[in-house]
Design a protein around this ligand. Structure first.
Ligand SMILES: [Zn+2]
Length: 296
């Protein structure tokens, strides 16, 4: 496709809301700078818990209509981030949310956890060969915190990156394409600790949330020296907060903090961090641009 912008970024996430929590500011920044930003979400997040009491009836064990509702939340979040290319892996509802690790929903045949890896990866190969991203962002092998859909999203993204470059693989899905750089989401330990210190300080002044999470609750925390890129996205922090707010069934935002359905406060990180796991770094120290060293 010759009409695509020079810089193209692909993000692969498990549920609606993960993109805003992990990469919202990065997505807003690159979209604002004219890059083509593509989000692929693997499930509709049907098994999520619902925060607002007025919407509790949407939950899987009641009306079971949360998936459709979260599609609307995701669309609203993408509007806040200025991202127009958003897709669900295999189409909306193709793979169902698998629930937390060990939950009976893990065994549901249509769950993402049960999906055939290469079949799911083939759907992503088609996207990769169409938008030809120089940069792919996904989770680490543990999915950041061990959720089966996050682990599976990691596996599908990495497998699809390999298959997309394979000349012999499914030429009906497009011409082979090799992604130049692959990053995993992460957060440096020192930043997490400073964030929680700010949260505890603020908590003394007013009751923000019923409780405070711990650094272990933050997905993808790594020792500082494992972080290879820090994208200065402070200017886009308000957009990130607005996108997170759009996921109202899942996230309660309060100033620079937020809570998930467990009601435990966490710091909202305005700078987003990454670990380069494939491709060449474009800077000697920490990169400040995911496209560094990539010829647009
Ligand atoms: Zn998730």
């Amino acid at each position: 496709m010759t009409d695509l912008p020079g810089r193209r970024l692909l993000l692969v996430h498990a549920h609606p809301d993960d993109e805003s929590i992990n990469n919202g500011a990065t997505m807003a920044k690159y979209a604002a700078e004219g890059a083509h930003v593509t989000l692929v979400t693997c499930t509709l997040g049907e098994e999520g818990e619902v925060i607002p009491p007025g919407l509790a009836h949407l939950a899987a064990d009641r009306d079971n209509t949360l998936g459709a509702h979260r599609m609307g939340e995701l669309a609203a979040a993408m509007k806040e981030l200025g991202v127009t290319d958003h897709r669900f892996l295999g189409g909306p509802g193709c793979y169902r949310d698998s629930g937390m690790m060990g939950a009976p929903q893990n065994a549901v045949p249509t769950s993402f956890w049960q999906a055939d890896l290469d079949e799911a990866a083939a759907s992503l190969v088609e996207v990769i060969r169409e938008v030809r991203p120089q940069v792919l962002v996904t989770y680490d092998p543990d999915g950041g915190y061990g959720h089966p859909d996050h682990i599976k999203a990691h596996r599908v993204a990495m497998r699809a990156a390999d298959l997309a470059a394979e000349p012999a693989f499914r030429r009906d899905l497009g011409d082979p394409y090799d992604i130049a750089k692959i990053y995993w989401n992460c957060v440096p330990m020192s930043v997490v600790e400073a964030g929680f210190a700010r949260l505890r300080e603020a908590g003394r002044e007013g009751d923000l949330f019923p409780g405070v999470a711990s650094p272990q609750d933050v997905p993808g925390v790594v020792p500082d020296d494992e972080v290879t890129a820090a994208v200065d996205t402070a200017a886009y922090a308000p957009r990130k907060a607005a996108a997170m707010r759009a996921h109202a069934t899942q996230i309660a935002v309060d100033g620079p903090f937020f809570a998930l359905s467990n009601d435990l406060g966490q710091p909202l990180f305005p700078t987003e961090y990454y670990k380069l796991v494939r491709g060449r770094a474009g800077a000697a120290g920490r990169e400040d641009d995911l496209f560094a060293g990539v010829d647009a």
